[in-house]
Design a protein around this ligand. Structure first.
Ligand SMILES: [Zn+2]
Length: 394
């Protein structure tokens, strides 16, 4: 829409329409106490929704990234103590305060890049105390922050290093997840339960067990599915009525049909494909054609996608997966909100929805995927609060 106007009152969108209609309803001059953002030459879009992140972690893996560029394999790096195990060790060592500070710094960067709502997972603790510490760090880091955060319990991110090597040890970890860790995370305020359903990690039966245990506690299932091998995670997501099936690089045609039938959102993470140099993306066009709602998220984490920027990922969604500018915007707003159960309240600029809006320094929406490698966001309103003005935190 050209010559558009938007009005936010008490945290809620009160008007979205043309400038002419706006002036007819509210007059030319702002009333006392009202803030006006001049959008001339700019494009207004909904606040971005980042539906897949691993925010509460400590330590970085930049050397591992560089070693991979030099040709090292993941297996060699893991044998040298790298990989997810190094992040688990650093996160277990970190204090709750340190993790909360990391969460807050990452939320700050997300906000500057237009994100007003995100999901954040545990999953680097892999034992009760450390998982609970991560969850508390999510809420402590997000307290009073303009970005709204939904927390996900992910003790099924990996088999902890001390539980590997025997079926009995893994069995005891599964029992601990269901009997101790998930109840603690549900009581602590997590909304979702997630699992890394993958060959060599948690198979279909183990993933089902973890997700059902979470569901029995009131947590909504979502899962890392068909990322590295075609294991059938998408069908499991459909079977359990999951909110979202994520990654999906190896999803089968039957898996796509199952997602469409069950109305599960496919949350795609094209930044991870690039970061890991996989030469492969999720079949976004096939998913769209099948009628699966497609969301796009950052997967912000230290090992396979270190970015807080959804606009950066938007470029990969378009160029790598072939989503159009309009599809990409929907994927990083309304469909992301749908995967978090927030489609009725967030993700579009409509009367009655939360006042989450972003101004892009761009004459049209296409610039979101066309002008890459820059931050196009100049202003952010989150829940009716002006949070970023002219590229700076307010
Ligand atoms: Zn992930």
């Amino acid at each position: 829409m050209k010559d558009a106007a938007l009005r936010i009152e008490s945290g809620t969108i009160a008007f979205a329409g043309t400038d002419e209609e706006f002036v007819r309803a509210y007059g030319e001059a702002p009333a006392a106490g009202e803030t006006v953002l001049d959008g001339r030459g700019k494009t207004a879009v909904p606040g971005f929704v980042d539906a897949h992140t691993h925010l509460p972690w400590a330590g970085y893996r930049e050397s591992e990234f560089n070693e991979r560029l030099k040709g090292a394999t993941y297996a060699a790096l893991a044998a040298a103590g790298g990989g997810i195990v190094s992040t688990v060790a650093a996160t277990r060592r970190a204090s709750e305060e340190e993790l909360a500070g990391n969460v807050r710094a990452r939320l700050d960067r997300m906000l500057l890049h237009g994100t007003t709502c995100c999901e954040a997972k545990t999953g680097y603790g892999l034992e009760k105390a450390a998982e609970v510490k991560q969850l508390r760090a999510i809420f402590r880091g997000a307290e009073g922050h303009p970005v709204a955060v939904a927390a996900t319990a992910l003790p099924g991110h990996e088999v902890p290093p001390e539980r590997r090597g025997s079926a009995g040890a893994k069995r005891r970890y599964l029992d601990e997840i269901a009997g101790e860790i998930l109840p603690a995370l549900a009581a602590g305020g997590a909304r979702f339960v997630d699992v890394f359903c993958e060959t060599g990690v948690f198979d279909l039966a183990e993933s089902r067990e973890i997700l059902l245990a979470g569901r029995a506690l009131g947590l909504v299932p979502r899962l890392h599915a068909d990322e590295l091998t075609p294991l059938g995670g998408a069908s499991l997501a459909a079977e359990l009525g999951a909110a979202s099936a994520d990654h999906l690089l190896f999803v089968s045609d039957e898996g796509i049909e199952a997602l469409a039938r069950a109305g599960v959102v496919a949350t795609l993470l094209p930044g991870t494909s690039v970061f890991l140099r996989m030469n492969r993306y999720a079949p976004a066009r096939k998913l769209v054609s099948a009628g699966v709602p497609v969301a796009v998220a950052t997967d912000c984490n230290p090992g396979s996608s270190y970015t807080e920027s959804l606009p950066a990922v938007a470029f990969f969604a378009a160029v790598g997966m072939g989503l159009t500018a309009e599809e990409t915007l929907t994927a990083m707003t309304l469909n992301g909100a749908a995967s978090l159960g927030e489609a009725a309240t967030r993700g579009s600029l409509e009367s009655g929805k939360r006042g989450d809006a972003v101004l892009l320094d761009a004459p049209s929406l296409e610039h979101l995927v066309y002008h890459y490698g820059v931050n196009p966001v100049t202003d952010v309103v989150a829940g009716g609060r002006l949070a970023v003005r002219d590229g700076r935190r307010v």
